[in-house]
Ligand binder design. Structure first.
Ligand code: SIN
Length: 286
């Protein structure tokens, strides 16, 4: 453990860990270091890793049980892993993960942690942005915090994965992937607009530009101005970091307190990422 260290990417979010080889069995001390680093920095980065599917799943298992992500085909024999692929010929199209979002908030128990492995990355471009939902919450006035704590957000995957959703149309980079639109996406799931992190006790905003379209007992028109304000607020410069991938990078993010967005600035180049997702608990405001 003497060579293990973390370098913050910004004062509020992101830290790059050096000195741990994720392909070898991870010691208890290394596992504790990674877990604490994630609580402190919300998203952590590793470079120059060489992971097969089982080693990647072992990284996810540091945080809990793995889940199969709905609506997306997994890699053969590994239901817990799916690939995010954009092909060189997929130009001028929306890319998977290209809007700010937190993973799977359309479920009653959304994803806890996600880990992404850069299997093939473009020479430049294709960075991923991350935003701290805790620092965004702390950055609001006490009056706004109080108002938001009384609200419930309604989340649905319908506009992404429903029969008439984004992925049912052909302006999407999904030729290399198998995304399966379904009527199951129509479910409406309620979560508090402010949630408490069960491990740190910190409060975070919990609205999702991909999946939250209104507050409970309010119309979309009524909800939109406040949601738009929050989405803009969360992505202010001081709450975000940007990770530049190199081949073999691994990123682990805490979905209880972050949003992320895959940039789409590398048309004509191939990008292949592998994701393992850890199942979470029901968001609560305590
Ligand atoms: C994701 O949203 O899980 C993918 C992020 C990325 O491809 O950078």
């Amino acid at each position: 453990m003497t060579n293990v260290r973390i370098t913050p990417l910004t004062p509020v979010i992101g830290g790059e860990i050096e000195g741990i080889d994720l392909a070898t069995p991870i010691s208890d001390a290394e596992a504790s270091f990674i877990r604490q680093a994630l609580l402190d920095h919300h998203v952590v980065f590793f470079r120059n890793q060489d992971l097969n599917h089982d080693q990647h799943k072992a990284v996810g298992n540091l945080f809990g049980e793995l889940v199969k992500v709905p609506f997306v085909e997994s890699v053969p024999f590994h239901p817990e892993i799916f690939e995010i692929i954009k092909l060189p010929e997929e130009c001028d199209v929306y890319n998977f993960g290209g809007n700010w979002h937190t993973d799977m908030t359309y479920m009653q128990e959304p994803a806890l942690v996600s880990t992404l492995y850069g299997a093939e990355v473009p020479a430049s471009g294709g960075d991923t942005m991350f935003a701290s939902l805790e620092d965004a919450y702390s950055g609001l006035s006490s009056g706004m915090q109080q108002l938001l704590e009384g609200l419930t957000g309604v989340h649905t995957a319908d506009r992404s994965y429903g029969r008439a959703g984004k992925f049912a149309r052909d302006t999407i980079a999904d030729e290399g992937m198998n995304v399966r639109p379904s009527e199951d996406a129509a479910k409406q799931i309620e979560h508090p607009v402010v949630r408490t992190h069960p491990e740190t006790g910190r409060k975070a905003l919990y609205v999702n530009p991909n999946f939250t379209f209104h507050f409970k007992d309010m119309s979309e028109d009524e909800s939109k101005p406040l949601l738009d304000f929050l989405f803009k607020h969360i992505t202010r410069d001081e709450f975000v970091c940007r990770f530049r991938w190199t081949s073999g990078s691994v990123v682990i993010w805490d979905n209880r307190c972050t949003m992320h967005r895959a940039l789409n600035d590398y048309d004509g180049h191939r990008r292949v990422m592998r994701r393992v997702t850890v199942g979470g608990d029901q968001p609560r405001l305590i």
